[in-house]
Write a protein of this length. Sequence first.
Length: 560
Amino acid sequence: MNVIIENRVVSIDGSRKSALEKARNRLLMIMLLMVLAFGGLAVRTVNLGIEGGAVRRTAPSIMIAPVQLARADIVDRNGEVLATNLETDSLYADARGVKNPADVAAALVAILPELSQADVEQKLTSGKSFVWLKRKLTPTQKWEINALGIPNLRFEREEERIYPHGRLASHVLGYVDVDGNGLGGVEHFFNDRLSDKTQVGEPLKVSIDIRVQHALADELGAAMRAHQAIGAGGLVMDVNTGEVIAMVSMPDYDPNQSGSATDDARFNRMTMGQYELGSIFKTFTVAASLDDGLIDMSDGYDATRPLKVGKYTISDDHPKGRYLTIPEIFAYSSNIGMAQMADELGGDRQRAFLGSLGLLEATHVELAETGSPRYPSRWGRLSTMTVSYGYGIQVSPLAAASGIASIVNGGRRIPATLIAKKDDDFIVSTQVIKSSTSDKMRQMMRMVVREGTGSKANAVGYRVGGKTGTAESAGVGGYDEKALVSSFMGVFPMDNPRYVVFAMLDKPKGTKKTFGFAGGGWTAAPTVGNVITRSAPILGVAPKQEDESIYQQVALLIKD
C-alpha cells in the first residue's frame, strides 16, 4: 500500500495495514454502542416525562392509620382549643444489656438535670428488661440522648397533654397526671368522658369564652398588684342560662407545669373558698322582704343612731343620721336599716329564702373543687340581723353570683354550669321571687351605681347595677378590721340583664389613689367596671342611651 505524506509516497506493508483496520472497526463499534445506549436513555426519559402523570394517578395510595388519641380536646364556647394532646417520646432502658451504668447515668443526667444520678444508676443496674427513665421528653432532649449512641436506651411513643393558654383558665381546666388521668378541674370531673375511646374525637365544649377570661384575669391581676392583696378572684355568668363565661382565681398556676404549683395556687377561691361577702347579702334581704310583702319601695327605717341588740351594737360605716327609705338603705348600704328589716322578716323566713337560692347547700358546678357554706347552727335574732348584711354566713362567690342572677333575671333560679349550652337546650329553672320583685331590685341595684357606694363600677353606656361588699376577715379571737375581703357584684345591662360580673380582693391595702380606703367600692367596683367595658363588645352588648324613666320612681325616694 502506498500513502502520500507531505507530497511523498510512503509504502505500508500488509501487517500494519491489517492492524489499522481492526482498530478503526473497534472504534466504530464502541461509538455505535454509545449512541445506542444514550438513545435508549433518551427514549426512556421522554417516556417517563409523558407517562409520569399517569403513573402517579394510577399508583395505589398508601393508607396510614390515624393516630388513636388517648384523650379528647377541651375547647371554649367558640371552639378555641384549651387542652389538647401532642405526640411525644418517653425514655426507658433495657437494663439487662447496659454497660458502664455509672457512665451512662452521668451522661443522661447531663442532658436531664432534673433526674437523680443515683436513681438512674440504680435503675440501670436493676437487671430488668424495662425501666422508665424519663417521661415526656422534648424533641431536643430526645435528639441529645440519641446522639449519645448508647445501646439499650429506647423510646416509647406517648401523648402529652398541652394547655395552649397556660395559666389563663387553670382552675376551670385543671390538669392531668403523667399517665393522662384528670386530677383537677373539668379534666377530673369529666375524666371518663374525655378518656372514652368512643368519644375522644368529639371535643368537650365548656362555657368559658377565653377572650372574656383574659380580660377578667388581666384586670384582677392589675388590681391585686395595685392593692397588694394576697389573693383575688372573679367570674362572669350568663343570668339567663347559668353558663360561667369566665372564672379566675389568683394566685393561679400553669397546668403545663402542675407539679410545681403550690396548694394555695391550686385553691379555687370562686368555688372552694367560702367568704363573708358583707353587704352583697343586703340584696337578698331586701328581695325577700319585698317579695313577702313586708315592705314596699316607699317604706323605710329609722337609722338616726346605732342599733343596740343585747351587748352588741350595729352601726353604719357612713351614717346618714336620719330616717332612710328602702332604696336609700340599699344604695347607702345601711346596716342599721337592714338589721331592722331582717328582724321584722324573721329568722325562719330569712333562712328559707336563702335556702331557696341555694346559698345554704354545697356549691353545685362541674368541678370537684367545691365547698359547703358555713352559717349559724342556732339561727337566733342576732344572727338574723347580722346575716342580713353578710356577717355570720360564709358562701362561695359562685353561689352568691348564682343567687344574684336569680334576683335580676325575673326571679328564676338556674343552676350554674361550666358546659356550653346549645341554642335549643331547655333551661331548667325554679321561680324563687315574683318578676315584679325582680324589676324593683334591678332599679335599686342600678341606683347603687348611679348614686351610691358602687359608683366606681359605672361603665358608660352599659347601665351597670350591683352591690358592694366589704367584710372583715374572721380569724382566731374574732374579726380583723384591717384584713378585709372587698368585693363587688355587678350586673349589666340593668334594663335587660344578661351578665353578672363579680370581683373580689383578699386583704387589699388602700392606696393614695383610693385615699387609703380598701373597701369594695374603692377596689373591686372599678375592676368590675373595667371588665364590663372590655367584655361587653365581645359578648355582643352594645352601649346605648339610658331610659331615665325606668328609675324615676326610685330616684325620687333617694334624697341625697
